[in-house]
Write a protein that binds this ligand. Sequence first.
Ligand code: SF4
Length: 213
Amino acid sequence: MNNNPSVIDKTQALEKIAQQANDCTQCPLYKTATKAVPGAGNPEAEIVFIGEAPGYWEDQKGIPFVGAAGNLLNKLLIEIGMNRDDVYICNILKHRPPNNRDPQENEIQACTPYLKQQLLIIKPQLIITLGRFAMNYFLPSAFISKVHGVSRKISWQDFSLTLFPVYHPAAALRNGKMLEALRQDFAKIPDLLGNSKTPQKKPEKKPSQGSLF
Ligand code: SF4
């Protein structure tokens, strides 16, 4: 069992946010969703992936990226020698929009304080945004077709990190060119970690956030 108090503290802090998201009524999405999907993975991760919003299977299971897009994400991680226990995965929105429609501005405004708290707890070296909505949280005027696969150092909430926008796996599943671009962008990820190329391993016996629901 890992007795590192910082891991325990981070896990407990993330569980608290997960519970808050589960109880949240700050936007109407809680009314139509099955359950919240706060996030899952390694609280000590060097890499955080941020997607758009839960889809059908995520809404059913309370775990991010468990449908077809999640299977592709898992496969892409394996291709670069990682797996999802090495990283943390979450979304801009914690509840599923009806029929997977795009997130609305009021929903993003209401929900992103949870994301902000998660990132301040984990303090990753590298944030990989999946799709335009997550990218626009950090780069409001950027276009994903122009900036995907290009990393940049940013200062965010008083700490510096690397931001790396890529296409959303769900979009890549519908478009062969996007899939190839996504695969090529993923191949750059190990080098983006700089000196720390070995991902942190998931602490033993620590439940993922998704297992709370
Ligand atoms: S989507 Fe976010 S802001 Fe809206 S109810 Fe769910 S947790 Fe709250």
